[in-house]
Design a protein around this ligand. Structure first.
Ligand SMILES: Cc1ncc(COP(=O)(O)O)c(C=O)c1O
Length: 484
């Protein structure tokens, strides 16, 4: 939204910057600017109110202190969501240091199947909405590339994957702070396979893996399936995994690897600050423990600058970086990649044993899309959509869910983690929502130790009237589940 540009004077008793701040607050309260909207630039406001740039900067600092707006690097100031923020876990508690053996849950499988069931309202699925993906362009590129490259499109891309794609990925890695060559990259069938190969390369059955808590349920199931134990380390939406808690855990028991989602994690949406990423890499390096970093959401920042990665601080080749195009371009293409560091050779060997190579046509199409398809432009467009959707979803949850509900305020991705009042059973909510044709992901799936019983993960991949109505229905069901 933009303001009219007519010059406007302000006057009165209080300091000028407070008056400017008051005017902007008024516009937010009237709904002229809503959560997620960009407020006018400093220059625009200074012209409009005929005050100095300095005065506007002071006004915006005040509004930031009041948590009404937030700065996004190189992008401007945005209205903050005013819905109640989720509480951090008690980092002093040491109850997390007992590793848990996972029991495979049928619920996880059911939840995964719900995600692609088009009869259900997709309020749970962390899958981008196809409408927001460059489908027509990809189809054209795919047709062109398979015609142009002929036999290459039906051949295996050994050993590491299609070279032109690896070159493109190496170039993009620079934006994530990673210097790499095409031969450092192994193309995989999605990010999940990259993480699986990494776990297999660094662990043996019975080993313990430190993970964030709450944590993406599919990885918890994978850990179980490999006969590994998960050590759940408390994490916060602002900082990601607690380094203090991890340090304590490493001192108490043998940890064979650490697995994190470093940017806009699933489900917390946490963004680890650079300094914490560096500390994490150094802590693990000092114990020679490999770090597996999943950065699948990193390109989906709401700001204009992509966050950096733990891999960018890796000096010893101990960080295995994993990502894919599933959240940004085409989940069905099944193309991901890994930078295996010192485990690269072993991961290549395992990949070849497991499934030889990733599918060729999608690699050819993605290489061309990255080279000439306008990926940056596409990213700018979906970042805006997700930022707006997240704000709308958060506002709707705040409106319809029982009093006391809290949620995360992610600055990227499209997932919201919602804490309902204690006593609301999210698995019951999941079943009742399914009866109404709505899919959500209940909190207990994100832990192996009976946690998050009153939490749900919601997705803002898409927003329309039906989804809004679905949130209202969910809120009603949650009210019905409130304990007497
Ligand atoms: C953190 C994370 N990693 C990996 C995946 C799946 O990746 P891919 O489809 O590329 O295998 C997901 C999907 O939800 C995810 O949330």
């Amino acid at each position: 939204m933009t303001m009219t540009t007519g010059e406007r004077k302000i006057g009165g008793g209080s300091p000028l910057y407070e008056q400017v701040a008051g005017e902007v607050t008024g516009l937010i309260e009237q709904g002229t600017f809503r959560a997620g909207d960009r407020v006018p630039s400093i220059r625009q406001l200074s012209k409009r109110f005929n005050v100095s740039i300095n005065t506007v900067m002071q006004a915006y600092t005040l509004l930031e202190d009041q948590r009404l707006i937030e700065a996004r690097p190189q992008s401007g100031y945005y209205v903050r969501s005013r819905v109640p923020e989720i509480r951090d876990p008690d980092l002093r508690s040491r109850s997390f240091i007992t590793p848990t053996t996972v029991t495979i849950s049928e619920l996880c499988q059911q939840v995964m199947l719900n995600m692609t069931n088009h009869d259900l309202l997709p309020l749970g699925s962390a899958i981008p909405h196809a409408k927001n993906l460059p489908v027509d362009k990809l189809n054209r590129i795919m047709a062109c590339e398979v015609r142009r490259l002929g036999e290459l499109s039906v051949s295996y891309q050994l050993a590491r994957g299609y070279e032109r794609l690896r070159v493109q990925i190496a170039r993009r890695n620079l934006v994530a702070g990673i210097s790499s060559g095409p031969d450092d990259i192994l193309i995989t069938s999605g990010c999940v396979e990259a993480v699986l190969l990494a776990l297999r390369a660094v662990c043996r059955a019975g080993d313990t893996i430190a993970v964030e808590s709450p944590f993406y349920f599919n990885f918890l199931q994978m850990i179980a399936d490999l006969g590994l134990k998960a050590l759940e380390i408390p994490s916060t939406p602002r900082e990601g995994i607690s380094i203090e808690a991890l340090r304590y855990a490493i001192e108490q028991s043998k940890v064979s690897a650490c697995l994190i989602i470093s940017n806009f994690g699933n489900p917390l949406g946490s963004l680890m600050p650079d300094e914490r990423k560096r500390e994490l890499v150094e802590l693990l390096a000092s114990h020679e423990i490999p770090l597996i970093e999943d950065d699948i959401y990193g390109d989906l920042t709401f700001g204009s600058e992509r966050p950096t990665t733990a891999k960018s601080f890796d000096r010893l080749g101990l960080v295995i970086y994993c990502s894919s195009f599933s959240k940004t371009i085409a989940p069905g293409y099944r193309v991901g990649w890994a930078l295996g560091g010192r485990y690269q050779g072993e991961m290549e060997r395992l990949k070849m044993i497991m499934n030889i190579a990733a599918a060729s046509p999608s690699q050819l199409a993605l290489a061309e899309f990255l080279a000439n398809g306008g990926y940056e432009h596409h990213l700018r467009s979906i970042r805006k959509i997700h930022s707006r959707n997240i704000s709308q979803l958060a506002e709707a949850v705040a409106r319809h869910f029982p009093a006391g509900t809290r949620m995360t305020h992610p600055t990227g991705g499209f997932i919201l983690w919602v804490e309902m009042p204690v006593g609301i059973d999210s698995i019951k909510l999941y079943h009742r929502a399914l009866e109404q044709g709505i899919s959500i992901v209940p909190g207990p799936l994100f832990s192996l130790s009976n946690k998050y019983g009153n939490y749900v993960r919601l997705s803002a991949a898409q927003w329309d009237e039906r989804i809004e109505q679905g949130v209202a229905t969910l809120g009603k069901l949650a009210h019905e589940l409130l304990p007497e």
